[in-house]
Design a protein around this ligand. Structure first.
Ligand SMILES: NC(=O)c1ccc[n+]([C@@H]2O[C@H](COP(=O)([O-])OP(=O)(O)OC[C@H]3O[C@@H](n4cnc5c(N)ncnc54)[C@H](O)[C@@H]3O)[C@@H](O)[C@H]2O)c1
Length: 377
């Protein structure tokens, strides 16, 4: 195969970005667009000289794609994704991979069974701030990670949810601030720090009419022993979101995060200690003695990244082997964390990760049917 025949399913929102990427990428031949909106899909397909469909199953029957992007509401990622994979088509789905860990598992298994590729739209990993943080961690600048503090603070009015009703329900969105706005951040936390193994959380809805949560506080234990505290809200204006990742040799701190939704400049500080904290704790004679910490600003690495890098890695993996930059397994970790947070909050208990699939499926059924509701605060 020299080039990848490509279709985009869901074209009116972020799907338009996938359409332009497929047009521009040298190894991709855009062959089809799919959307429920017949007029929109016909008009755009005519302009681009590609086939138009209102039902993705007709696209699969036509046999004109090797890969698709899925840029639809969340619940369709696994439904459409599984049908595509079972038809032998590689899948680049927008985030999240799936609403539940079980649905994510099924996609990953289907891809493995047919040696197909999955890519997930967690393009924040390619942005300059996370790239810089990753580089600092991987080059040992902060040593072994001991603690993480991560807030995500923004405002979403009712008008945002009135525009897209699917974002309001468990069945369609799979969650609120967790799935919709901050699955990128939760993906970043796991990518930077490691896999979560234990979660204790509270979630609620403080100010919106919708079913799903608009505020979250979670404590997370990671497999490397790091302790994390995460606060997420869409009830307050953007500003002073904090990132701190502290290790035994140093701390990365971003006191006022700018890159919440795009690739703006962040002011990253690196604090380093005179010696490893694990040594200093035994060697400091004064009972309230504090290790010296020297702070310096860190230059952001690399060029601004984005979806294009994901698309390039996805098509390269299809044509030449290997994996996409964000493959199914690595994207599943954020779904594990999100499901664990919801499970912990609803059951009022500490939850082990990987999440118990059956327990979460039962809880999710209750939330989706309305027999269970999150606290209104
Ligand atoms: N990676 C990012 O930064 C980013 C940014 C925005 C959105 N997203 C994700 O992209 C996805 C779509 O979000 P959006 O904001 O574009 O939503 P949207 O509601 O604006 O667009 C969804 C599109 O899907 C179409 N659609 C719905 N059901 C369909 C079906 N059965 N078959 C074909 N088309 C169908 C709709 O007509 C619409 O064109 C979500 O998963 C969202 O989380 C990711």
């Amino acid at each position: 195969m020299d080039s990848v025949r490509y279709g985009v399913i869901g074209i009116k929102g972020v799907g338009s970005k996938h359409v332009s990427m497929a047009q521009e990428h040298e190894n991709v031949e855009l062959t089809a667009l799919v959307d429920l909106d017949e007029e929109a899909v016909k008009t755009q397909s005519q302009e681009l000289g590609v086939r138009a469909f209102t039902d993705y199953r007709e696209l699969l029957d036509a046999g004109i794609v090797d890969a698709v992007s899925i840029a639809t509401p969340h619940h369709l990622h696994s439904i459409i994704g599984l049908e595509c994979l079972n038809a032998g088509v590689n899948v680049f789905t927008e985030k999240p991979l799936a609403n539940t860990v079980s649905d994510g598992d099924a996609m990953i298994e289907a891809a493995k069974a047919r040696d197909l590729k999955i890519c997930v739209g967690h393009q924040y990993r390619t942005y300059r701030t996370p790239q810089t943080m990753k580089h600092l961690i991987e080059t040992g600048a902060i040593g072994d990670i001991m603690r993480v503090l991560w807030t995500w603070i923004e405002f979403r009015p009712e008008s945002y949810y009135d525009r897209d009703i699917w974002r309001q329900t468990w069945r369609h969105a799979g969650g609120g601030v967790l799935m919709n706005q901050t699955s990128h951040d939760l993906d970043l936390i796991c990518w930077l720090v490691g896999k979560p193994v234990q979660v204790s959380a509270i979630i609620g809805n403080q100010s919106h009419k919708m079913e799903v949560e608009d505020v979250v506080c979670a404590n997370v234990l990671f497999e490397n022993g790091a302790f994390g505290s995460i606060q997420l809200t869409i009830n307050q204006p953007r500003g002073y979101s904090i990132r701190q990742i502290a290790g035994d040799k140093g701390t990365i701190a971003i006191p006022d995060v700018q890159s919440l939704t795009n690739n703006r400049e962040d002011h990253i500080l690196l604090g380093t200690y005179e010696n490893a904290l694990t040594d200093l704790v035994g060697e400091t004679p004064r009972i309230a003695g504090q290790p010296e910490i020297s702070w310096q600003p860190v230059e952001l690495r690399a060029e601004p990244g984005g979806h294009d890098l994901l698309m390039a890695s996805f098509t390269d993996a299809i044509l030449n082997g290997g994996e996409a930059l964000v493959n199914g397994e690595s994207a599943l970790t954020a779904v594990e964390l999100i499901n664990a947070i919801v499970l912990s909050a609803m059951k009022k208990k500490t939850v082990d990760v990987p999440v118990d699939r059956e327990e979460y499926a039962e809880l999710f059924d209750g939330l989706s049917s309305g027999s269970l509701q999150i606290p209104r605060l």
